[in-house]
Design a protein around this ligand. Structure first.
Ligand code: ASP
Length: 401
């Protein structure tokens, strides 16, 4: 008699393997000793790289986008002041809430809303143009205490998309609403609406024209590689870079088009974390394109015990690399600190997918890091004793910092 093969053993063994889970403890101190050195990871191996955070005792941080670096020599004092004031104003708006004992989620919303109202940044007023010369805005917000989140994508008439994201989180059973449905939902919940011309700025219009020009040049010459690994100037930062590098593109145009997504991260008195991100997306993006900013786990993530993170950069790459949730997962499952985790994802892993960018990342113990693979990333932070720091030049924010 032929013996039956022991194929039944395979599912049994697989099940046994699946239930042998490792119990991990979420480190509140984010896996570091009091000197900030990274503690050994739970599994013996840990991502090597940066271990020391950029700053400590941070309660709130904002970014104003990644991209080409502002050049000290070409930046007028007025322009420098405008960027620093914009970041500082946002930090002050958030500080007002934290000082009163308010929540981190209210603080990040207030900070982002301030940046959306500032035409210098690519969010709300000042959002970039799509390929058909319109504006489609994305935003998201997340609360670390219960992992609740809300987001809007492709909105065309909400003055403050981040308020739309907050309304989705608080007043709907959903996480992400898109297009007309998101605009209508916001309007029904009393949010301010605007016509498309509200978002218009000359700098963003010039950037669209420069991108079109570069696209035409690219078609005649060689095509660019998009951040999704494919060809085409609309695919990602490839198109923007081409435009930024165009010989006759004024520096201000190049600057304007490759910066400006905004975000905020905060920790409040309860040690609750929150993160928020808002953007007009990428200059010359295809209508309907959704980037990483409204996607929880890509552009925005907050989880008590690990990290609040807001990203900026080549959205397609940040989506494919699940950027912000991977930072949290590295901290939770490998026991590494915020600086090591953020460095690992932003500097070591994502560039391999074909695009650059950065992140602001805050641990519950106030350790803060802002690594970027792009030449620059505008950002600023507020410490618990009320000090505000802004960083806009590359020598203040070296790549891979
Ligand atoms: N990440 C944004 C997007 O892809 C753009 C940016 O941050 O510059 O829509």
């Amino acid at each position: 008699m032929r013996r039956r093969p022991l194929t039944w053993l395979i599912p049994v063994l697989a099940t046994a393997a699946a239930v042998t889970v490792t119990v991990v403890v979420v480190p509140d101190g984010a896996g570091r000793d009091p000197d900030g050195r990274t503690a050994p990871a739970a599994h013996g191996e840990r991502p090597a790289g940066k271990g020391k955070p950029d700053a400590r005792d941070v309660v709130l941080a904002v970014h104003g986008g990644a991209g080409t670096a502002l050049d000290r020599d070409k930046t007028t004092p007025e322009r420098e002041k405008a960027y620093r004031d914009g970041l500082a104003d946002a930090l002050k708006a958030g500080r007002k809430i934290l000082d009163k004992g308010g929540s981190s989620v209210d603080a990040v919303q207030a900070a982002v809303q301030r940046l959306e109202d500032n035409p210098l940044f690519n969010a709300g007023k000042g959002a970039v143009f799509t390929a058909d010369a319109g504006h489609e805005l994305d935003a998201s917000i997340m609360r670390g205490s219960d992992l609740k989140a809300g987001a809007v994508a492709g909105v065309k008439s909400l003055r403050n998309p981040i308020a739309g994201a907050r309304a989705v989180m608080d007043k709907s059973p959903h996480v992400l609403l898109s297009g007309e449905g998101a605009d209508d939902f916001g309007a029904r919940h009393g949010l301010r609406t605007v016509t498309q011309d509200y978002y218009w700025t000359q700098a963003r219009w010039d950037a669209l024209m420069a991108a079109k020009e570069a696209e035409r040049g690219g078609k005649e010459g060689r095509g660019g590689t998009g951040a999704n690994g494919g060809k085409g100037a609309n695919g990602g930062r490839g198109g923007e870079k081409a435009a930024a590098g165009a010989a006759d593109a004024p520096a201000s145009v190049a600057d304007a088009q490759s910066k400006g997504t905004v975000g905020a991260v905060a920790v409040d008195g309860e040690r609750d974390l929150a993160a928020a991100t808002s953007t007009g997306g990428m200059t010359n993006k295809l209508p309907g394109r959704v980037g990483d900013s409204p996607l929880i786990g890509s552009g925005t993530y907050a989880k008590n015990g690990t990290v609040a993170a807001s990203a900026t950069g080549a959205g397609e790459v940040f989506i494919r690399g699940a950027a912000t949730s991977t930072i949290s997962n590295l901290m939770e499952f490998k026991g590494v600190g915020v600086a090591t985790a953020a460095y690992e994802v932003i500097v070591k892993r994502l560039p391999g997918l074909g695009g650059d960018g950065g992140v602001i990342a805050l641990a519950p113990n106030g350790e803060f890091d802002a690594p970027h693979s792009s030449p620059g990333m505008l950002h600023g932070y507020l410490t618990k004793d009320g000090k505000i720091v802004t960083k806009i030049f590359p020598d203040e924010t070296p790549p891979n910092s």
